[in-house]
Design a protein around this ligand. Sequence first.
Ligand code: CP
Length: 333
Amino acid sequence: MTLRHFTHIRDLGPEGVERILSRAAAWKGSFPKHLVDRVLAMVFFNPSLRTRASFETVMIRGGGSAVVLEVGNGVWKLEDRLGAVMDGDRAEHVREAVPVLARYADALAVRTFATCADDAADHADPVIGAFRQYSTVPVISMESAREHPCQGLADLLTARELFGPTRGLPVTLAWAPHIKPLPKAVPNSFLLTAAAAGCEVRVAHPEGFELMPEVLAEARGYAQAAGGSVSVTHDLDSALAGSRVLYAKSWGPATAGGPGPEAVKAHPEWLTSTAHLARMAPDAIFEHCLPVRRNVEVSDAVLDSPQCRVVDEAENRFHVQRALLDLLIGNGS
Ligand code: CP
């Protein structure tokens, strides 16, 4: 397949998701030098532990190297709005910064978060759009306003390693409380990737925390093509019954007509506990993208249980990103 950029699951589609997951699984335990002389420029608008470390180690172990730029920390603050009068603290426009970086590196990776105040604007993913438009080399999303696609791939690889083929696998994406509204990128990506992999995806959240309608529609299209399904409920118990994967994640309320940002602190019964795991299949696992706020989103007992696979998921970021970089800029690509 030809892959120009990878910023959204739609860049891969169900066939591409399968290809990345298969390659990632096949390469586990081996360290081919497939990125010799390749350079990845990574641009962070927001902090990271796993994303930064996993992409850097993929490049190092593959024989290449990574340049890490933290916007506003030794790097000019970047403006992305076209037509902006740049009389504030943003000294450089992505219109210049992106093509310049593309002259130095074989691929660009970018992390930028959501506003959490305007779902429509976040759905449009303006910073990712600018990188795609102005880069002459492949662009990879390390999380954006709309999606965190590498996370979604790692989440699915983790389930697949334990359960085998994912077609028809019942998985539950459950909202969790938090101290502040968080982006919808991670839940969007779990939903899209699981749907593309043919899972029976059950989304559960309190009223007012609806995911973006465009993302739900896209996921339903993938599910139809891949033999899976997508359902949405406010009843967490029914979404957990017999499920094999509990993916807990907090996200902010719907920004149009939603209950307001303070609502993320409500609904303590949605804090993931062992009582939730008890409603699931006996071999069910727990997933979370990390970082996780213990005893705010998820109880200590769940995170310390043998069912918890969060470290495996984080390791799988390395494996799926290695397969992705091989496809985009590998020495044999
Ligand atoms: N899951 C994830 O993307 O972690 P970081 O924010 O630490 O990169």
